[in-house]
Design a protein around this ligand. Structure first.
Ligand SMILES: *Cc1c(COP(=O)(O)O)cnc(C)c1O
Length: 360
């Protein structure tokens, strides 16, 4: 039986992926030199499709890295000389802050309990912070941060750079790239691709900081933003990249342009509503995120009172794979990813199977 993956990464693959993989094989993409004109065309098509799909400002630059975690490291190395500031409400925002400390930077942090959203009236960004790091969607807890609140006055008055992790929100939730200097994700979540590719989008201001910092100190040897830029101008990457991943991302981005991003966003909200309505009513489950406005449309986190194992087994027998809880919540929570690759019918079937388990 073919399974449907409601897992928050790697996730259900986008439905057009098998066809694109076959085309890639037929067109010899897997043996393509990353220094050939054919690769330059492929690189160009993928970046253009992403710019169009996501309305990325024309003067922003797109780089291909190996993962979202690598993007975090590159951003800190290339834009923070001494101090970054982090909004922390779960494992991924925590990882970003830890990364800065491991790289010898000082951090300021505003923390709230897991499962909570931020009270932006309480956020005070220190004057010496060079970069604010925000995780749009905490995949570990199912909390979505309201980006209007992020770009409020407190953030407006500080001149520091802004980084946004959109790994598990994009493309199901709309993002205004122009409000940020570094936006990044990996492709095995909302885009429904095989893992092994990270995308980093950089503003002119973010790029300028990397060039400035690179003249004062080491900003990386494998990948620095200026070296990525030197190759990007030639429509290439410094190393041999994940050519198949870049190819597939361009194809899926084009498919999504065809489907319409606003329809994908609406569909995500419609499926999220089905899930939240179901779990609200069924008293065998608690929703982990209490405040309705903090609940993520793309990752729904629930605690089944009777434990997650029996329910996950029944779902699996029916071909439906959901995620376990993250870290310390591994055994108590289930995480249900609602990415574009799962359909309303898939969600309806998940709800149906969960309903049926209450009747026997
Ligand atoms: C999965 C995830 C990451 C890490 O992605 P990798 O591709 O494994 O590096 C980072 N941030 C968030 C919010 C995630 O969900």
């Amino acid at each position: 039986m073919k399974h449907v993956f409601f897992t928050p990464g790697p996730a259900q693959i986008y439905p057009t992926i098998p066809g694109h993989i076959q085309t890639a094989l037929d067109a010899d993409i897997l043996s393509l030199s990353h220094r050939s004109p054919e690769f330059d065309t492929l690189f160009h098509e993928t970046t253009e499709a992403l710019m169009t799909l996501l309305s990325i400002p024309k003067d922003y630059r797109i780089y291909f890295l190996s993962s979202a975690t690598e993007c975090m490291e590159r951003i800190i190395q290339n834009s923070v000389e001494k101090k970054s500031f982090h909004l922390v409400n779960g494992a991924f925002s925590e990882r970003f802050a830890e990364m800065a400390k491991e790289l010898g930077r000082k951090t300021g942090e505003y923390r709230v309990e897991m499962g909570n959203g931020f009270d932006f009236d309480q956020v005070r960004i220190p004057k010496d912070a060079e970069l604010v790091c925000v995780t749009h969607n905490e995949t570990s807890t199912g909390v979505l941060t309201n980006l209007d609140a992020v770009t409020n006055y407190e953030f407006q008055v500080t001149s520091c750079l802004r980084a946004l992790d959109v790994v598990s929100s994009i493309p199901g939730v709309a993002i205004d790239f122009s409000a940020f200097d570094f936006v990044f994700w990996s492709v095995q979540k909302g885009f429904g691709l095989p893992a092994g590719l990270g995308v980093l989008v950089v503003s002119p201001k973010g790029f300028g900081k990397a060039v400035w910092l690179g003249k004062r100190t080491s900003i990386g040897s494998y990948h620095s933003i200026p070296s990525l830029e030197n190759y990007r101008r030639k429509l290439q990457t410094p190393e041999t990249p994940n050519v198949l991943g870049i190819y597939l991302l361009g194809k899926v981005a084009k498919d999504m342009i065809g489907a319409g991003l606003s329809r994908i966003v609406e569909d995500t909200h419609a499926k999220a509503k089905m899930l939240y309505d179901f779990f609200e009513k069924d008293d065998r489950f608690d929703l982990f995120v209490q405040e309705t406005e903090n609940r993520s449309p793309t990752v729904v986190v629930v605690r089944p009172h009777a434990g997650k194992s029996p329910i996950m087994k029944i779902l699996q027998k029916n071909g439906l794979i959901v995620g376990e809880g993250y870290g310390p919540m591994k055994d108590t929570h289930m995480r249900i990813a609602n990415f574009p690759a799962v359909t309303q019918e898939d969600v309806a079937r998940l709800i149906q199977v969960l309903n049926d388990t209450s009747n026997n």
